[in-house]
Design a protein around this ligand. Structure first.
Ligand code: ASP
Ligand code: MG
Length: 402
């Protein structure tokens, strides 16, 4: 018995014609695959529009109410797609996160999946139906509606694929696959045939927008092969799979960028044990993901600590840092959103020294100043001025011969 989970992103279901197109593709797949589960995102920019509405009412809306609001987007698309499928003669039924038992913790707006029941999904599939599931949403054991973080429909799809032991999970989107760089920045960028979970994870974490990081983590943990492909043509996309299944490993696979981070600096922090722990503990308690961190050399027992966060979290970060600045007796804080994070990712980096040096040299030759650096065994990231961002991506893509 073959079983495939197919996820269609917001741009693939942006309007009625596109929803009908998705329905045709699903019907087509159903001819070849025994069981098809479809996960949908909200229509087009619906989620952004809902976020915009909330922002007009409150600077910091209660997160529970944000989830109540944002989860409505996916319910519109699931019902419309189920109707479109039925219209084509394909029996289909839509289901909410609650109905598919997408159980999460209580971390509103960034909830983590605890368990996927999928009882009813299996029952409906057995009746020969296509099951259309609302992406992005879950439910707590108390029955509260949660969402899985922006881009969370990918994670819904992968979690269902894992729970249902699907053969693979297809992520349909408005690009042809995963590219060596964002083609809007680097027109010469090309589609990768395959990439490992670890590389994809680094790429997603450093700004490649094609997949939500958490979905890749989930896919790696449960070994769910992912196929990222276009919903507007039938060409092969990019397969994301285990490193063991990838024969030829590239030294550098991609150059990514993230223009949506902000740098926060806490100035004049007393340099004594426990300071970083209380600062980052406070941010973690507020569910804020911190990316890069640097601490300066201390002078007169005081130091500066800088870190980057997503611009989406900036209001929450302001609140938490204000409390922490006064609790620690620091001199103050400043916020800078005029930055770009540029990263070079590749599994082969582990065994090939000199990639970092090549990156720094390329940036230097282009007169680009590096403000922060962070590395992992398969990634090097640099924070530069936002104005230098695109130039940096182009130069690095060229330098590494991608
Ligand atoms: N609609 C949600 C968002 O825009 C979830 C998703 O698209 O995956 O973030
Ligand atoms: Mg979306």
């Amino acid at each position: 018995m073959s079983l495939v989970v197919q996820k269609f992103g917001g741009s693939s279901v942006a309007d009625v014609e596109k929803i009908k197109n998705v329905a045709r593709r699903v019907v087509d797949s159903k001819k070849r695959i025994d069981h098809v589960v479809v996960v949908v995102s909200a229509l087009g920019d619906t989620t952004d529009e809902l976020v915009g509405l909330a922002a007009q009412i409150s600077k910091l809306p209660p997160e529970r109410e944000m989830d109540m609001l944002l989860s409505t987007g996916e319910q519109v698309s699931m019902a419309l797609l189920a109707m479109a499928l039925n219209e084509l003669g394909q029996d289909a039924i839509s289901m909410t996160g609650q109905q598919v038992e997408m159980l999460t913790d209580t971390g509103h707006t960034k909830a983590k999946i605890r368990h996927v029941g999928a009882e009813r999904v299996i029952q409906e599939l057995r009746k020969g139906r296509v099951v259309v599931v609302a992406g992005f949403q879950g439910v707590t054991s108390e029955g509260e509606i949660t969402t899985l973080g922006r881009g969370g429909s990918d994670t819904t799809a992968v979690a269902l694929a894992a729970a249902l032991h699907a053969d693979y999970c297809e992520i349909y989107t408005d690009v042809d696959g995963v590219f060596t760089a964002d083609p809007r920045v680097v027109p010469e960028a090309h589609k990768l045939e395959q990439v490992s979970y670890t590389e994809m994870l680094e790429m997603a974490a450093t700004g490649a927008r094609v997949l939500q990081s958490r979905s890749v983590e989930y896919a790696r943990n449960y070994n769910v092969p992912l196929h990222v492909r276009s919903s507007f043509n039938v060409g092969e996309g990019t397969w994301v799979k285990s490193e063991d299944d990838i024969m030829e490993k590239a030294i550098v696979s991609a150059v990514t960028h993230d223009f949506d981070e902000a740098k926060v600096t806490i100035v004049g922090v007393p340099d004594k044990p426990g300071v970083a722990a209380s600062l980052f503990g406070g941010l973690a308690d507020s569910n804020i993901n911190v990316d890069m961190i640097i601490q300066n050399v201390s002078e007169q027992a005081r130091t500066d600590i800088s870190f980057t966060v997503s611009q989406d979290d900036i209001e929450k970060v302001r609140q938490v840092t204000e409390e922490i600045v006064s609790a620690l007796g620091a001199e103050g804080s400043n916020f800078d959103d005029n930055i770009a994070k540029i990263s070079v990712v590749g599994a082969g980096m582990r065994t090939h020294p000199g990639i970092a040096a090549g990156m720094f040299k390329t940036l230097a030759e282009n007169d680009i100043n590096i403000e922060m650096i962070s590395t992992s065994p398969i990634k090097i990231s640099c924070v530069v001025r936002r104005d230098d961002g695109e130039k940096a991506v182009k130069a690095l893509h060229d330098h590494f011969g991608l």
